[in-house]
Write a protein that binds this ligand. Structure first.
Ligand code: ZN
Length: 51
């Protein structure tokens, strides 16, 4: 079993530990990772971690 290739992006998104965030500006609920998380809906960084 030695397969190379495939959709790396998809695997990354699933493997990396994402946290749930909530945007305090628009109330959007989303998953993010890293130190600088911004709301995908309104691009605000005024977000709160739900975990
Ligand atoms: Zn937002």
């Amino acid at each position: 079993m030695c397969t190379v290739g495939g959709p790396m992006a998809d695997i990354k998104m699933k493997k990396l530990k994402t946290k749930r965030y909530k945007c305090l500006d628009c109330g959007n609920d989303f998953k993010g990772l890293g130190k600088r998380v911004i709301c995908p809906s309104c691009q605000s960084d005024n977000v709160e971690c739900l975990d």
